[in-house]
Design a protein around this ligand. Structure first.
Ligand code: SF4
Length: 224
């Protein structure tokens, strides 16, 4: 399929997902630094545990200054429920230190005023911040039209032949970023994740009740 055909296909997929899951509303209270820390905590874990880790963090350390000056082992203990706590605590402190050293304050609001490409470049230059995290931050906290590809979306995009079967996360970001329907980045992202959580599971997808089966190249694998 060429790009035009992929765009048309993804538009149809988005319409079906919006029929099934609705049009998600954007949260008004996301702030960039909190979203970034939250996204770091969500790496390699599920939503419940990353939510708990984030809540533990803000309960124990009411301000980002408190997190920056926290003992790294104590910080790791606080966010332990989210997994990879040692690594994540170091990353969080590195981000806060970078902000303090370079901008003099623990506030990332300026990222929303930057050009999207420059913002992604700046964020991904930080250790442990990948394309997904940078795109989530810009999409959720800044309301930008960026399309983050998480593990659900990568899996589903392959099954729906939107990206090649062997596409890396980087390649999927590149392709999906060019073909999503204009103005629908947030809706499509949220709905594809809902679809992945409820129907198109990694191991046992519910193909018999799938509203996207006509677009799928993988269903035969699962319907024995
Ligand atoms: S048919 Fe099955 S594998 Fe294909 S998209 Fe639907 S749930 Fe996923």
């Amino acid at each position: 399929m060429d790009k035009k055909e992929l765009m048309a296909k993804l538009k149809e997929i988005n319409d079906i997902l919006e029929d099934v899951f609705g049009i998600p509303e954007r949260s008004q209270d996301e702030e960039p630094l909190g979203t970034l820390i939250h996204t770091i905590l969500s790496q390699n874990t599920n939503d419940t545990n990353s939510e708990r880790a984030f809540n533990n963090l803000i309960e124990k350390y009411p301000t980002w200054e408190d997190v920056l000056s926290a003992d790294v082992k104590e910080l790791a203990e606080t966010i332990r429920i989210g997994g990879l706590a040692g690594q994540k605590s170091v990353r969080i402190k590195q981000v806060l230190k970078w902000l303090k050293d370079n901008y003099g304050k623990l506030n990332l609001d300026f990222i929303c005023d930057m050009d999207t490409t420059d913002a992604i470049q700046l964020l991904t230059s930080l250790k442990g911040i990948g394309l997904k995290t940078a795109n989530v931050l810009l999409c959720f906290a800044c309301g930008k039209e960026t399309f983050p590809v998480d593990t659900h979306i990568l899996r589903i995009s392959k099954r729906l032949a939107l990206v090649p079967e062997k596409a890396s996360s980087e390649m999927a970001h590149e392709i999906m970023g060019q073909i999503y329907p204009k103005g629908k980045a947030y809706s499509l992202h949220v709905n594809m994740i809902n679809f992945g959580r409820t129907i198109c599971h990694a191991r046992k997808p519910k193909c018999r009740e799938c509203p996207l089966i006509n677009y799928c190249i993988a269903w035969q694998e699962f319907m024995q």
